[in-house]
Unconditional design. Sequence first.
Length: 117
Amino acid sequence: QVPLVESGGDLVQPGGSLRLSCAFSKRISVNTGMGWYRQAPGKQRELVARILSGRPETTYAESVKGRFTISRDIAKNSLYLQMNNLRPDDTAVYYCNTAPNPRDTVWGQGTQVNVSA
């Protein structure tokens, strides 16, 4: 399996915005759910947003609902996460993977998001 490649992380001030991107293999079916996960220092990795292309249907963790938007471009085999009104507790390494069941063989390096004044 080819690891997923995330990009777009940066240092941003509270209230700012970022757009994360993820490139994934064509081997992942368009009907497979995809998601964005994050892992903050000292915490377990958590699923923050998920999209099912077949319907389409999106779900979000309560902590990001109303601020984050997940989207998918099937033609480009890409996944995106638009993050608005960022808060310091959004600081984490962000990963993409299949969701809700991530594939251990395709975890990428992630992209670091730092929210700080």
